[in-house]
Design a protein around this ligand. Sequence first.
Ligand code: CA
Length: 227
Amino acid sequence: MNKLIAIIEDEPDIVELVSINLKKANFQVEGFENAESFFRFLKTRQPDLIILDLMLPDMDGFEVCKALKSQKRYTTIPIIMLTAKAEETEKILGLELGADDYVTKPFSPKELVARVKAVLRRLGTKTDEPIHINIGETIFIDTEKLEVMVNNKKIDLTSTEFKILNLLASKKGFVFSRESILEHLWGNEKIVIDRTVDVHIKHLREKLGEGARFIKNIRGMGYKIEE
Ligand code: CA
């Protein structure tokens, strides 16, 4: 079955242009002119990826992102944000809220389709990695269900936080530079500054509670997991 992409965008021209290009690339597409109609749809079907405009008539795109990421069953749906604002702070806010990528208007529909594929590929590559990883006796990661338990209690991570934890845990003791973490998260699209990694790690540590002690910051180098 073809993957379903939801576009939440109030400009019909953009929805049409993006839809045509996504359909050409064998995706199913559903367009929504506001957040309300999208959330109504979400009760019936879950898209594989969401393209989300920042400026919507009824709700701010950040709010939509936050609402999705705060609900367990939606937190793993990747989000690409569309925005006319290219400012760094906007990008950081979007990424902190769990958006997986960012596209600034005006964009080429081909580029957007490429981004959609890249995000889906990034999330879909599980190859021969182990399904379960434990850190000490405290943290258990299920890379198939995308779940993390701390002391047998499930915690909710954004997709970005999960990806960072999973990356660090995949090679315990190895120091990952901020740059390599960013590359893992967003491929070669170097649109974010280093500080973003620190922000995600900070949130991740807060959520890990007692398990936070395993994530070590190596000054001037990056981060690693030490048991
Ligand atoms: Ca708009």
